[in-house]
Design a protein around this ligand. Structure first.
Ligand SMILES: Nc1ncnc2c1ncn2[C@@H]1O[C@H](COP(=O)(O)OP(=O)(O)OP(=O)(O)O)[C@@H](O)[C@H]1O
Ligand SMILES: [Mg+2]
Length: 281
């Protein structure tokens, strides 16, 4: 695996890979890698000729009171994992390589960015869309691999690709979970042992919703209330939101009959904000 930090060198490399007619798979990450990230790499390896990953902790997607400075960073370990999982090229730029002095252009996706995560984290998806626009221009990927854990991100990025006519396909890979159901996330590293135990509450609440749905419940508010009760019963958890929406345009649903339903949530466990979701049926 070759590691590239310079954007110009990287673009020259990807231009050549494209000229050689390779099908390029791209896996953008913020590092602190776990099996969820590696499942994206494995999907890319299986579906494309050349696998490119990026590790970049993107400052523009963090709010002013978020965890940018303490975000876990371990490039050496990340590079070993990516190389062992079959990545061909790793782009790991410094922040000023992506955002040089005087940088002034941002991309925002209206409406879809303003609900759910976007309502709780203003500017988050603007940062995501901006960095992915830059990365997509640098890589020119055929397929981009993203995790279902970040459900709204997949919806927003598909819209970005459609509206700005990027010639890539977004491939969504299912959420990798720990044995007790907790969705893998780099931010799980922040949890102390009792918080780690409490963090199973997200999966417990989602599982309860799935159970009720399987038993025939089609009233969204009843599902939401059942989930809210489970979260309220966990002393270390503070609910940010539980939303039951359409999975394409993220509008709130009340009657779930005949719908494809996204149940998504954000919960704070101590200082750590975690998200998770399921799609029903
Ligand atoms: N558990 C998971 N299963 C599958 N894909 C995942 C999982 N967690 C993250 N991903 C995907 O990995 C890609 C990079 O995400 P990122 O580097 O932000 O990791 P993360 O674990 O979500 O970190 P954080 O906890 O800080 O949000 C995204 O497409 C994301 O959806
Ligand atoms: Mg993330």
């Amino acid at each position: 695996m070759r590691i590239v930090t310079d954007a110009g060198e990287f673009q020259a490399l990807t231009t050549q890979l494209n000229q050689e007619k390779n099908i390029i798979g791209f896996v953008p990450t913020m590092g602190a890698l776990h099996e969820g990230h590696l499942s994206l790499v494995r999907a890319a390896r299986a579906q494309t000729d050349v696998v490119i990953a990026s590790v970049f902790v993107n400052p523009t997607q963090f709010g002013p009171n978020e965890d940018l400075n303490r975000y876990p960073r371990n490039l050496e370990r990340d590079a070993e994992l990516l190389a062992a999982t079959g990545v061909d090229y790793l782009f790991a730029p410094r922040a000023d390589e992506i955002y040089p002095a005087g940088f002034a252009t941002y991309v925002s996706i209206e409406e879809l960015s303003e609900v759910l995560e976007g309502a709780s984290r203003p500017g988050h998806f603007r940062g995501v869309a901006t960095v992915l626009t830059i990365l997509f221009h640098l890589v020119n990927p055929h397929k981009v691999f993203m995790g279902q854990k970040d459900a709204q991100q997949t919806v927003v990025v598909k819209k970005l690709v459609q509206d700005l006519r990027f010639a890539c396909e977004i491939i969504v890979v299912s959420t990798m979970r720990e044995a007790d159901g907790l969705a893998m996330s780099s931010r799980n590293q922040y949890l102390n042992p009792s918080e780690r135990q409490a963090a199973t509450v997200l999966f417990r609440a989602l599982s309860r919703a799935r159970e009720l749905y399987s038993a025939g419940e089609r009233n969204a508010e009843n599902l939401r209330q059942a989930m809210i009760e489970i979260i309220a019963a966990e002393p270390e958890a503070r609910l940010d939101y539980v939303a039951i929406t359409d999975n394409q345009n993220l509008t709130t649903l009340s009657d779930l009959v005949g719908k494809t339903v996204l149940i998504s949530m954000a919960v704070k466990i101590g200082k750590t904000r975690l998200i998770d979701n399921i799609i029903l049926p």
